[in-house]
Design a protein around this ligand. Structure first.
Ligand code: C2G
Length: 130
């Protein structure tokens, strides 16, 4: 049976931390489907617009060898619907979300993977700015 992995993220100013997370997510199953946060969701979540638009962020994610399919994540409240629609067997999230998605373990396996230390979009933006 094909094991479908689903993960979510903004992936703004794409960096190696994002790549490693996606590669490790893909290795958990056979197919990796990525929910890319919309600009509107990001603004409401982080209080600022992403540097790259949702279309560009999605284009980058879709082009990765480890990614099979993409969709837009429009709301944090719709996780269950997204997981169902994409027939997820495994939900993968970075461990900054540890425990936050355990409620979905009734419908799929929930796995939190360690983040890559010392790199983040915020840090890249700050480094360029200074
Ligand atoms: N990540 C990582 N290592 C880093 C930075 C990020 O492993 N140094 C991972 C995050 O844990 C996440 C993914 O890369 O799994 C995407 O990171 P973000 O774009 O910051 O995603 P986030 O804002 O956490 O969006 O529905 C939940 C959200 O959409 C998740």
């Amino acid at each position: 049976m094909t094991r479908v992995v689903v993960t979510f993220g903004t992936y703004d100013v794409f960096h190696v931390g994002h790549l490693r997370l996606l590669e490790r997510a893909a290795a958990q199953g056979d197919i990796l489907i990525v929910g890319v946060s919309t600009d509107a969701l990001n603004e409401s979540k982080k209080g600022r617009a992403p540097v790259y638009s949702q279309d560009q962020r999605m284009e980058i994610i879709k082009a990765l060898r480890c990614v099979d399919n993409v969709f837009f994540e429009e709301s944090l409240e719709l996780k269950r619907q997204y997981l169902k629609a994409h027939k997820a067997n495994i939900l993968v999230m970075g461990d900054d979300w540890r425990g936050k998605f355990d409620e979905f373990s009734d419908m799929c396996q929930v796995v939190y993977l360690e983040r890559t230390p010392a790199i983040s979009t915020t840090q890249v933006i700050e480094q360029i700015r200074t």
